[in-house]
Ligand binder design. Structure first.
Ligand SMILES: NC(=O)c1ccc[n+]([C@@H]2O[C@H](COP(=O)([O-])OP(=O)(O)OC[C@H]3O[C@@H](n4cnc5c(N)ncnc54)[C@H](OP(=O)(O)O)[C@@H]3O)[C@@H](O)[C@H]2O)c1
Length: 271
């Protein structure tokens, strides 16, 4: 679908990838409804974007009922939503017994339940118009599992299944459903913030590449765009077909080191 003149709701707008996605949506002529928890940071971002009419809708998606309220606020603010980019996410890292039940609930809600509830609330009007696009920012961790990431893996495997199932329902009704699945991203975002390095030879992508992939997904209704160098994409695909071998490889010393760096690099309140 065409983004120019469209209204796009973006969650996780103040994050490392969210900022790049917001810029690209606005540069394509969309009016962006920016969501996250930090009102001031959202307002600053809104005023820095190209175009006009961007709005700020603060929401803590870890709170029960917040996703449905955000969908209603988006419709009330913009008169409707043409594009959802469900990007907000928590790293969900750590050795399972050390993760509190509250952290588990919050991560499942932000990473998986909120995107589902937002999609449920926004889809009927898109179906009625016979147009619209839903983009879910998943991860290669939705294809390949790794140490210290069981909760994150659960949400991203789940998000991929949800999006692909929904695509089967909405495709015939003119509404696009896409996944954008980054691997390790440098410069900004939750992996870079942890100060970790990917295992040797894996390489990294940039937030700008993720933003570009979101635009391509919307405009061309792609089922899934993996944003990562070839080695990571091939290994993630292999992990889908041979999960046992892939988990053994990921649990080797290089994988353990990278996983430990990521998990220990996130403050407890961000997991
Ligand atoms: N960076 C990577 O290497 C990478 C790789 C693969 C996939 N991804 C995925 O890309 C997406 C964006 O990640 P990122 O790297 O940009 O992470 P980030 O810099 O940590 O940003 C996360 C965003 O999610 C929002 N968020 C977190 N908890 C929230 C809550 N309870 N309610 C509402 N918003 C909340 C944050 O908002 P606040 O400003 O309110 O904190 C922030 O805007 C995530 O879904 C992540 O899983 C990232």
């Amino acid at each position: 679908m065409e983004l120019a003149g469209g209204r796009a709701l973006l969650t996780g707008a103040t994050g490392g990838l969210g900022r790049a996605i917001a810029n690209d949506l606005a540069a394509q002529g969309a009016t962006v409804l920016l969501s996250g928890r930090q009102r001031e940071a959202l307002a600053e971002l809104a005023s820095s974007l190209p175009g006009s009419g961007h709005a700020v809708l603060p929401a803590d998606l870890g709170d029960p009922g917040a996703a449905a309220a955000l969908a209603a606020a988006s419709i009330a603010t913009a008169g409707g939503v043409d594009v959802l980019v469900a990007n907000a996410g928590l790293p969900g890292t750590g050795w399972l017994p050390d993760v509190s039940e509250e952290q588990i609930e919050r991560t499942l809600r932000v990473n998986l339940e909120a995107p589902i509830i937002l999609a449920r609330a926004l889809t009927p009007a898109m179906v009625e118009r016979g147009a619209g696009a839903l983009v879910f920012v998943a991860s290669l961790s939705g294809k390949a599992a790794s140490p210290r990431s069981s909760i994150y893996n659960a949400t991203k495997f789940g998000l991929r299944g949800f999006a692909l199932g929904l695509r089967a329902d909405l495709g015939p009704k003119g509404v696009g459903v896409s996944l954008v699945s980054p691997g390790f991203v440098r410069d900004a975002g939750m992996f870079a913030d942890a100060g970790a390095k990917p295992p040797p030879g894996m390489g990294t992508a940039t937030p700008q590449q993720v933003g570009g992939a979101v635009i391509r997904a919307i405009e061309r209704n792609k089922p899934e765009i993996a944003v990562a160098p070839m080695t990571q994409r091939v290994m993630a695909h292999f992990a889908l077909t041979s999960p046992g071998i892939a988990v053994r490889v990921q649990s080797g010393s290089a994988g353990q080191k990278a996983a430990e760096e990521v998990a220990s690099g996130h403050p407890a309140d961000k997991r």
